[in-house]
Design a protein. Structure first.
Length: 273
């Protein structure tokens, strides 16, 4: 059933995203030629169009993230959605997965469009060769990034993305609670800000504790550097791995709390009035 829900969600949102992606690629391709011309008015026009499409991509991603959850679950459509033979947990999961897919795809499309503008569509192979050569030089210098670090960076970013989306969902769920009546949007914004403050305080405490731990480790590495005249890269990567693991776990804990909170509110305190 999760697969069907996800397929429906992707189909419903895909029409809008694909149009924005197509427009961005077309303007990026044209801009890659016009920005190299000597006609300033054409450069200005396509530069503005490109900026407008990037802005539209950001706005569409954020607005659809909020609108799909709010309209499907907290407005009249909620009467239909919550009569389906699925749990609120599965409904939230389908929304979350779809939102993550579109956020990641939007970032990828934006990056590719930027490369097309900077380097030109037909020079993409040159860009990849330059990246390959740069990575080869890092290996030669002894600064090759271990695969574990790359994987942990990706996981840490994904965990942050998941929490950011669930942060919005939890705020919307809190804003529709019965005591807030007709001011759902207002109290959703207030809930978002309050949660942000609480998370910032907790993050500061955790960062302070973690900072003291990592400071001792870096001090040990610095002393080793002074004693032997060369950095111990394996120790440095170990510390970085530990930091990334800690950041990933922290974001996953926050995401789990937001997911459980949202699910419980929709199960026990749903207010569609």
């Amino acid at each position: 059933m999760l697969g069907k829900l996800l397929k429906y969600e992707l189909k419903a949102t895909g029409r809008i995203f694909l149009l924005v992606y197509l427009g961005l690629f077309v303007i990026a391709l044209i801009s890659s030629f016009t920005l190299r011309s000597d006609i300033q008015i054409i450069q200005a026009i396509f530069g503005f169009l490109l900026f407008a499409l990037y802005t539209a991509l950001l706005i569409v991603t954020i607005v659809l993230l909020i609108q799909r959850f709010y309209q499907n679950f907290l407005k009249d459509e909620g009467y239909l959605m919550f009569t389906l033979p699925v749990t609120p947990t599965m409904l939230i999961t389908s929304k979350l997965i779809a939102a993550c897919i579109w956020c990641i795809l939007s970032m990828f499309v934006g990056a590719v469009a930027a490369l097309i503008v900077i380097q030109g569509f037909f020079d993409m192979a040159t860009i990849m060769n330059a990246i390959t050569e740069f990575m080869s030089e890092l290996v030669t210098w002894g600064f090759a990034i271990p695969a574990s670090v790359v994987v942990l960076i990706i996981l840490s970013c994904l965990a942050q993305l998941v929490f950011s989306i669930l942060h919005v969902y939890l705020s919307l769920a809190i804003g529709q609670l019965p005591p807030f009546g007709k001011y759902k949007i207002l109290f959703s914004v207030i809930a978002y800000l309050v949660i942000s403050v609480v998370v910032s305080i907790v993050s500061s405490v955790v960062t302070t504790i973690a900072g003291a731990y990592f400071y001792r480790h870096f001090s040990t590495i610095e002393m080793a550097f002074g004693a032997y005249g060369m950095p111990v890269m394996s120790d440095i990567w170990t510390v970085i791995n530990q930091f990334l693991i800690g950041a990933t776990i922290f974001n996953l804990i926050l995401a789990a709390a937001a997911f459980v909170g949202t699910s419980l509110i929709l199960q026990k305190k749903l207010n569609l009035e």
